[in-house]
Design a protein around this ligand. Structure first.
Ligand SMILES: *Cc1c(COP(=O)(O)O)cnc(C)c1O
Length: 228
């Protein structure tokens, strides 16, 4: 098995190569390490390689890691499904929440973010390829949600998050188009800088389609074991 340092270097090289092919600078793409199911020791080891942004999907699991790793300067991203009754902990414990897909969720996060904290960074999750079983607003709803959410005081609406089906390149391009179009509705368009798109299986295609943040789990940490 590769060391975490080796796998991270490989992913960074992949990002670099994809950027080069797309005529982009590699610093325009952020790497979010998706660490769900992996123990906090693995995150600590990954952190030591220079990786400071981590994404978690399950609130309870994430809270335990946030506490265990409180001595590190980690930027925590919540990328899972946001339940309405869990917004308070998300608002207080995370820097970013990617899975916002309804106004009520954004309103709660804005109200519950503490005055002493910097605004919470938000991505609007869009169900870009119309999958039944999936979270995310419909693409037609995005414009109005951007307009309304971008006015909430304790949030910074940074962009769009999508999880298209594997190998759906058309959906990646649809997300890129939507990302560009709805910016015009944003109350503070200078905040609109994040297209959260691309996982281990479609990192290169996502970068070709304009992703600014790839969320990578398996290629960094190896396969996940959900049995634990
Ligand atoms: C688990 C997960 C990822 C990482 O997926 P990999 O295929 O392991 O890279 C990215 N984004 C979301 C929303 C996830 O739930």
């Amino acid at each position: 098995m590769n060391s975490l340092k080796e796998s991270r270097n490989q992913v960074l090289e992949q990002i670099e190569a994809a950027c080069q092919r797309a005529g982009r600078e590699s610093k325009t793409v952020q790497l979010l390490a998706v660490s769900k199911t992996h123990p906090s020791e693995a995150l600590r080891e990954m952190y030591a390689t220079g990786q400071h942004k981590f994404g978690e999907n399950y609130l309870q699991e994430a809270l335990e890691k946030i506490e265990a790793l409180a001595d590190l300067e980690i930027e925590w991203h919540f990328i899972g499904h946001v339940q309405r009754n869990k917004t308070k902990l998300l608002a207080e414990k995370f820097s970013w929440v990617h899975g916002v897909d309804r106004l009520i969720i954004a309103e709660r996060l804005s109200t519950q973010r503490l005055d002493s904290q910097r605004p919470l960074n938000i991505c609007l999750q869009v169900n870009i390829d119309g999958q039944d079983s999936k979270d995310g607003c419909q693409p037609e709803e995005a414009a109005e949600l951007v307009q309304r959410i971008s006015q909430l005081p304790h949030l910074r609406l940074r962009g769009i998050m999508v999880i298209p089906a594997p190998n759906n390149v058309a959906a990646l391009l649809d997300a890129q188009k939507l990302f560009k179009v709805v910016k015009a509705l944003h109350a503070h368009p200078e905040d609109w800088d994040t297209l959260s798109m691309g996982m281990s299986g479609d990192l290169e295609e996502a970068i070709a389609a304009g992703s600014t943040m790839v969320r990578i789990g398996t290629a960094l940490f190896g396969a996940r074991d959900y049995s634990k």
